[in-house]
Design a protein around this ligand. Sequence first.
Ligand SMILES: C[S@@+](CC[C@H](N)C(=O)[O-])C[C@H]1O[C@@H](n2cnc3c(N)ncnc32)[C@H](O)[C@@H]1O
Length: 353
Amino acid sequence: MYLNSAFSNQRQTLLRLRRQIRRSAQRYIGRYPNAMVVTLLLYNLWWKLRHIAGRSTTEVNALVSEFDTNEACDYIEGNFAGYELAAGTTQFSGRMLEIGPGGSAGGALLAREAGCEAVDLVDRFVVVADERRMSAVYQELARRHNVEQFRVGPSWSKFNLSEISWFEGHSAESFLSRCARESANYYSWIVSTAVVQDLYNPLSALRDMVTCLKPGGKMVHYIDTRDQGFFSQYNHELTWLTIPSFLWPALTRASGAPNRVLLHRYEAVLAELERKGLITYKIFITGLLGNTSLDKRQTLDDISEHLWAPPLAEVEAKKAGFAKEFRQVPSKYLAVTSFVLVVEKTSSSTSSN
Ligand SMILES: C[S@@+](CC[C@H](N)C(=O)[O-])C[C@H]1O[C@@H](n2cnc3c(N)ncnc32)[C@H](O)[C@@H]1O
């Protein structure tokens, strides 16, 4: 385990202990879905109290706590290449908003290199990273890319980068609703990777993002709608869909655990906004149940029948036990585990939705 020198030795020991408790809890409690429900409830309550006390800091983020320097740079590059691939362009300009960067300005630096004039980074949690180590990541990124020009000051620090601004400790929901009220038509790009599934109100955030985009502006969101191992480590992948819907927010809202908003609900909102003439959009499927990843840009209708067969059989076999909300959803939507939303605000559109 990587040691984070942003913390004192005493705090390091506490953090290691907490990690061990969390791992053991997952190992033992994870076998029993009801016990996991109680654990998530308590974990969420703990986070609620932390938010109330204004302590939204976290050290849990793979990029800053588990990857080595090269892996971190590969990951940052991979995410940015994902935006280019999904949007079908390498040309960036204007102001970008990245949601949930998880303490890293790596993606923002690549966006600046690709042509963005400024990048805003908003994250609900304040990721406490080892600045020395993150500085090594930025240095390696500068060896691979032309981003040295954006360093302000003698050494790399995420706070000293030209036209890259941090809004940590702000939820995307509150940030975007304010942006929609006060500065509509502001961003040329809004992007995220592995974040929208953790928003506590992703659909209203999506509507606000459309308002915040400039006409002709684009959004790319990679969304992973699996349960992050909470139930599936020892149970069927879809066990989390058996938990009653009225309980789910109480398990996840404050802690940032997955929101259980699945593909069909994003599609419904985007289809409505398209009907109103505000946007055009595409949804590419990147993963199906059973760890099937799809690397080409395939829509729901492009996926071949033989790829659908096993995940659909899984869904059908389990569907009767799902919460009512999910029993009514067409099985193909429940069989999708990850996807990317690519949205363009129409050039003529200036109104809010
Ligand atoms: C799984 S991490 C992904 C981090 C980063 N995008 C990456 O790919 O490494 C999810 C990120 O979303 C942030 N997040 C969760 N809920 C959020 C919210 N409501 N508003 C803004 N950020 C949020 C978390 O703090 C975390 O940084």
